[in-house]
Design a protein around this ligand. Structure first.
Ligand SMILES: Nc1ncnc2c1ncn2[C@@H]1O[C@H](COP(=O)(O)OP(=O)(O)O)[C@@H](O)[C@H]1O
Ligand SMILES: [Mg+2]
Length: 329
C-alpha cells in the first residue's frame, strides 16, 4: 500500500489551472523527486501537500488519512525551502527548538532531540551561532535539522540546494540522502536539475505544465524517455525528425528518434561518414557537433588521450549503438 497518495488533485489561481489532475503514489521510506522546468507546478504541489496552499479538489492521503481538511500543523509534515527561512534573531539551537515548542515537547526531551539532530547534520559545534555567522550550506543544514527534530511523517524539500555552490551542493546531496535512509523517512524532493534528480532519487516524477509526464527510476527516465519533452529535458538527447532519422540510418523511420550523445562512437574508419563541425571540452568529456548525411549530431566522447581529440573539419566515422535508439512521440 502506498504511504502517500495524491488523487485527482486540482489547483487554480484566478481561473488559470496550475494543475487539474495530479495523481501519484509514494511508498513508505521512498525518496522521490519532482523534476521539471521552472513554473511547471512543483512548488505548488509541494505546498498543497504541506497545507500551505489550499487545493480546489482532490485528495491527499497520508498513511491512509485524507489530510486535505487538516491544518499544516496537524499534518505531521516537515518542509525545507530554498531560502532556508531561519529566524535571524535566534541561535541555531533556538531555531531548531522552535518547532518543538509549538509541539509542546518538554525541556528535557527537547534538549535530547536537539542534540540528536545537530549530530545528524554535523552541526554539534554550532548550536550557539546565529544564522549570519553561518555559510549557506550550514544554514540549510539548520533548516533540515529544524524539520527533522519534529519527527515528521513526511519530509518535503523544495529546491533546498539550488542557492548553494556546486561543491557544497554535491556534499549536501549525499548527506540528505544518507540521513533520509538512516531515518527511513519518506521524502519528496523538488528540483529543476536533472543530475540532482538522477543521482538522488529512488523514483522521479517528471513534470511539465502541471502534469506528471513520466515516472520511473533514474535509469528508465534516462534510457527510455516517453516523449520529446522528456528526451529534451533529460540527458542532452539528439532529437531527429523522421526524415532526418531515415536519412541518417538509411532505412524508413516513421517517428521522431532520440539518440543519446554518448551512444555514438567515433573512429577513423567505418560506414557512416561524418565531419567534425565544432567541439568543446567539458572536462572529462569532449562534446562534438558532427555532420553526417546532412544531419547534425551531438556526440560525447570520453577524453582519455590525445587520440580522442579531433580538430574541426576532420573526417570521422560514426558507429551508433542500435539499442540506444529511442523512438519518441
Ligand atoms: N500565489 C500564486 N498566485 C498566482 N499564480 C501562482 C502562484 N503561485 C504559483 N503560481 C503560478 O503557478 C505556476 C506554477 O508555479 P510553481 O508551482 O511555483 O512552479 P515551479 O515550482 O515548478 O517553478 C506558475 O505559472 C506560477 O506563476
Ligand atoms: Mg518552485
Amino acid at each position: 500500500m502506498s504511504f502517500v497518495s495524491v488523487d485527482h488533485l486540482q489547483k487554480s489561481y484566478a481561473g488559470t489551472a496550475v494543475f487539474s489532475d495530479i495523481n501519484c503514489d509514494i511508498k513508505k521510506g521512498e525518496f522521490v523527486t519532482l523534476l521539471g522546468p521552472s513554473g511547471c507546478g512543483k512548488s505548488t504541489l509541494l505546498r498543497c501537500i504541506a497545507g500551505l496552499t489550499a487545493v480546489d479538489g482532490g485528495k491527499i492521503l497520508l498513511d491512509g488519512q485524507d489530510i486535505v481538511p487538516l491544518s499544516p500543523q496537524k499534518r505531521g509534515i516537515g518542509m525545507v525551502f530554498q531560502s532556508y527561512a531561519l529566524f535571524p534573531n535566534m541561535t541555531v539551537e533556538q531555531n531548531i527548538a522552535f518547532g518543538l515548542r509549538m509541539q509542546k515537547v518538554n525541556a528535557d526531551d527537547s534538549r535530547t532531540r536537539i542534540a540528536e539532530v545537530l549530530k545528524l547534520v554535523e552541526l554539534n559545534d554550532f548550536a550557539a551561532r546565529y544564522p549570519h555567522q553561518l555559510s549557506g550550506g550550514q544554514c540549510q543544514r539548520v533548516a533540515l535539522a529544524r524539520s527533522l527534530v519534529t519527527r515528521p511523517r513526511l519530509l518535503l524539500l523544495d529546491e533546498p540546494l539550488s542557492a548553494l555552490d556546486a561543491r557544497i551542493r554535491k556534499h549536501l546531496r549525499e548527506q540528505i540522502r544518507q540521513i533520509q535512509r538512516e531515518l527511513g523517512l519518506t521524502t519528496i524532493f523538488v528540483t529543476h536539475d536533472q543530475e540532482e534528480a538522477l543521482t538522488m532519487s529512488d523514483r522521479i516524477f517528471l513534470m511539465n505544465q502541471g502534469r506528471i509526464v513520466q515516472s520511473g527510476d533514474a535509469e528508465t527516465l534516462y534510457t527510455a524517455p516517453i516523449d520529446v519533452f522528456a528526451a529534451g529535458f533529460i540527458g542532452n538527447y539528439n532529437l531527429l525528425d523522421a526524415d532526418s532519422a531515415s536519412r541518417l540510418l538509411q532505412r524508413p523511420i516513421n517517428s521522431r528518434l532520440a539518440i543519446r550523445p554518448e551512444a555514438i562512437e567515433l573512429s577513423l574508419t567505418g560506414d557512416l561518414d561524418g565531419e567534425v563541425r565544432s567541439h568543446s571540452l567539458l572536462g572529462n568529456v569532449i562534446r562534438y557537433r558532427i555532420e553526417a548525411r546532412g544531419v547534425e549530431l551531438v556526440v560525447d566522447v570520453l577524453n582519455r588521450s590525445a587520440a580522442d581529440l579531433h580538430p574541426n573539419g576532420q573526417r570521422v566515422a560514426l558507429a551508433i549503438d542500435p539499442s540506444a535508439l529511442c523512438e519518441v512521440a
